[in-house]
Write a protein that binds this ligand. Structure first.
Ligand SMILES: [Zn+2]
Length: 69
């Protein structure tokens, strides 16, 4: 039983999951490489701005309401 699968070193295309092509490493085709590049350019991979989950109802009252004369 010496059936060592050589496929273990081949990673799937991160875009579509197909077998990677060494010519377009780590993608399977130029198309997927373009898609990935486009994602970078459009900011899909950008780190999302973390929302402050601090204000869940308690808003700072910095308004001067009720002080009408
Ligand atoms: Zn692909």
């Amino acid at each position: 039983m010496n059936e060592i699968v050589r496929k273990t070193s081949i990673k799937p295309c991160p875009i579509c999951g197909k077998a990677m092509d060494v010519a377009f490493k780590p993608f399977c085709s130029k198309r997927c490489a373009d898609i990935d590049l486009n994602r970078w350019l459009t900011g899909v991979y950008a780190v999302p701005v973390k929302d402050d989950e601090d204000e869940d109802g308690t808003r700072p009252a910095d308004g001067d309401e009720g002080d009408k004369s």
